[in-house]
Ligand binder design. Structure first.
Ligand SMILES: [Zn+2]
Length: 116
């Protein structure tokens, strides 16, 4: 490689690095890291909800019974935790579980309502 081809090679490498750096996927990745979406909380809420239903079935509970968080966690692989520090309200079996972060609670309600 002579001086000129080496120079062009470096220019091409730099252009590639810049294109990768500005790609929409990279921008989305960086944005997702700085503003976590409620999706990871929804996964935790999903686990808790499944645990609550399982608890109700195994213990012959009605939709008016309210389990303690510890009783539900026993049915989950690990203790569900809101990634943004929200606290969960379990509520009665017939009610949806809620996160104290309004965006999470809203997203969860929309998800559970859409399944009905
Ligand atoms: Zn949450």
């Amino acid at each position: 490689m002579n001086f000129y081809t080496k120079g062009w090679f470096l220019v091409i490498v730099f252009v590639c690095i810049i294109l990768v750096g500005l790609s929409p996927a990279t921008v989305r990745f960086l944005r997702a890291r700085s503003h976590p979406s409620p999706n990871s909380c929804l996964n935790e809420l999903r686990k808790l909800d499944a645990g609550k239903q399982q608890w109700a079935i195994e213990n012959h509970k009605t939709t008016n019974d309210t389990p303690a968080l510890a009783e539900i966690v026993a049915y989950c692989m690990n203790a569900p935790r809101c990634p943004q520090g929200g606290t969960y309200t379990i509520g009665r079996v017939g009610e949806p579980i809620s996160c104290s972060i309004p965006d999470h609670a809203k997203a969860w309600l929309e998800l559970t309502e859409s399944k009905k």
